[in-house]
Design a protein around this ligand. Sequence first.
Ligand SMILES: C[S@@+](CC[C@H](N)C(=O)[O-])C[C@H]1O[C@@H](n2cnc3c(N)ncnc32)[C@H](O)[C@@H]1O
Length: 441
Amino acid sequence: MTAPGAAVRAAAARVVAETLAGHSLKTTLTPELASFVDARDRALVEAICFETLRWKRRYDAALDCWMPRPLPARDVRLAALIRVGLAQIDALRLPDHASVAATVEAARLIGRPNAVGLVNAVLRRALREGLPDSTDPAVTHSHPDWLVAALANDWPEHWPSILDANNRPAPVWLRVNRRRCDPARYASRLEQAGIEHRRPDGFPDALILDHGGDPTGLPGWAEGEVSVQDGAAQSTVELLPLATGMRVLDACAAPGGKAAHLLERVPGLRLTVLDRDRRRLLRVRETLARLHLPAPEAVRVADAGDPATWWDGRPFDAILLDAPCSATGVIRRQPDIKWHRRASDLADLVASQARLLDGLWPLLRPGGHLLYATCSLLAVENAGQIAAFLGRHDDALARDLPDRFGHAAGAGRQRLPGEFDCDGFFYALLQRAGATDGGVG
Ligand SMILES: C[S@@+](CC[C@H](N)C(=O)[O-])C[C@H]1O[C@@H](n2cnc3c(N)ncnc32)[C@H](O)[C@@H]1O
C-alpha cells in the first residue's frame, strides 16, 4: 500500500521538475492541483512547491556537498523529489515521519523505485545534521548570483532585506469594487463569514487576508464585489490624475487588473485597452464582465509600440504603461522567476520598454500624463529607463510623487518588496509640456 501523502509529494516533484524545465509555476501547478479532491492536499502540494522553489539553491548546495556523484542531468524528477523532501524538513518543518516516509515512497510513484534508498539517506542526513552552512548570501538566500549582484549595486543599503522579503510568503490583497460595495461594508461581510482580515492605511480600496485559499469562495466574488490585487498594483490608479470623460489608454492591459480598477474608480472613463497577447486579452474581457464594469471604448490586440497599426489619431488625456519587465519585484509571489529570469534577458526588456515609451509619448495631448510602472526592482528598467527617456524628450517633465509611493528612485519612486506588505513596484509620472492640469495628492 502507498504511504499516505506520497501522491502529494510525487505531484510536488513533478511540478518542481516541470517548472525548472522552463514552465511557469502557475501553469505546472494548476493541473496537478486539480487531481486532488481534498483541499488540505491541494494546500500542501502548493506550499511544498513554493518553498522548494524559494530555497532551491540552498538545497542544491546541500546535495553538492553530500552526494559523491551528482545525479545525472536527466534525472530531473528525482532531483526535484529530493529538494521537495528537504523543503518539508527545512522550510515547512513538517513532522519527520510524514515528510521522510511519504517522500521516500513517492520515489516509486515518479518511476524511480531504485532511488528509494538514496532519497531516504539524504533526507535522514538533513534531519540529523541540518543543511550545510554557507557564507555566500546568494546561497543562504537562494538567489542567482547575477540578481544578488544587481540588487547590491542598485540598492546598496536594502539588498539584504530585499532578499529576505523575496523568500517570505505574501499576504492576499483584495480590492473592493467600489461600484458594487465599499471596503467597510465588505469588511463586515468578511467578519460575518469568519474570515480574518485587516484594512491597510493608505490603500483606500484594499483589505488584506493573512491566510490564502481559493478567492472564488469569498463572499460576493461571483457578484463582482471583490478582486485579488496586490497593494502596489492598486496604488497605480492613485497616481494618474483622472476625471470623468477623459480618454485614457491602458497600453499593456492584460490580464486587466489595473484596467478594471480604473473603471471601478472613475465613472465615465473612455478607456482604450490594448495588449499584444490575444489570449491574455480575453482574460480582460472576462474580468470586466465578472465585475459588471462598463465596456471600454475599445479593446484591441495590438503592439502598443507601433501606433500606426491601431491608433485613430485622437490624443489621450492619460496613458498607463504597465510595462513588460523582469518581474523581480514579485518574486515572493512567483519564486520561479529567480530561476527563469537571466541577466541576458534585461537588454531586450529595456529596449522594449524604451520602444513602448517612445512610441506612446506622441499620443498624449499637451499637458497629459503618462504613468510608467513596472514590477521590477532593477534601476536599468526603472530610474535608468526614465532618465534616458527624459534625455530623449525635452517636452517631458517628471512629476514629483509623494513619499508613500516608496523610495526616491531617479525621477520616480520604488516600493521594495515587503514594505507596506506590498510587492516591489516602480512608478514614474511623466507630463507632456503644454496646458497643465491635475496634480498628485
Ligand atoms: C505587466 S503585464 C500587464 C499587467 C496589467 N496591466 C494588469 O494590471 O493586469 C505586461 C503586459 O504587456 C503586454 N505586452 C508586452 N509587450 C507589448 C506590446 N508591445 N504591446 C502591447 N502589449 C504588450 C504583455 O502581453 C503583458 O500582458
